[in-house]
Design a binder for this molecule. Structure first.
Ligand code: CMX
Length: 132
């Protein structure tokens, strides 16, 4: 794993949260709808780090369930990897439960995989690899 690539924050309204975070970081550099994950997202840059805001677009979305249970807040920590396939294999061998068995296409041109938060002391970890 190389570094923290981004932090994901679950929000009720992307429109409202964009206004808040624009005051802190400046305007988002992109917004992107990810139908497969049921989310609308926006991304802010801080040097080589990023903040992703996530709003649910349907009730079955992981973000809708998260907000219902825990309220708005930090949803996941994403780590950049060079080879997501070998990192997934390595973590599986270490006994972690991967929430998807093959990498999914996520926001911001990434292949992604999540690790169950129950096995990582309550933090949802995302692996992400840039799609070349
Ligand atoms: N961080 C920490 N804990 C979390 C969590 C999160 N983001 N989401 C859920 N949990 C907790 C739940 O509160 C629950 O805890 P308790 O047992 O103490 O109540 C536990 O994890 C397991 O919950 P569950 O009922 O088994 O599962 P959920 O239906 O809540 O789903 C999860 C949780 C992580 C398996 C599911 O959200 C998932 O598969 N996530 C991966 C995909 C995803 O998050 N997509 C959205 C982001 C997409 C993007 O970044 O583009």
């Amino acid at each position: 794993m190389n570094k923290i690539e981004h932090l994901g924050i679950a929000v009720k309204s992307l429109e409202i949260a964009n206004v808040t975070y624009t005051k802190i970081f400046g305007a988002p550099y992109k917004t992107e709808l990810v139908q497969s994950e049921g989310v609308n997202t926006s991304f802010f840059k801080l040097g080589s780090n990023k903040i992703e805001l996530l709003e649910a677009i349907k009730p079955e979305s992981a973000i809708a369930k998260f907000i219902e249970k825990k309220g708005e807040g930090l949803h996941h920590v994403a780590f950049e990897v060079d080879d997501i396939y070998s990192e997934m294999e390595r973590l599986k061998e270490e006994g972690f439960t991967l929430l998807n068995q093959v990498p999914k296409i996520g926001a911001d041109n990434k292949l992604i995989c999540f690790v169950h938060p129950k096995e990582t002391h309550g933090v949802l970890i995302e692996l992400c690899q840039e799609i070349k």
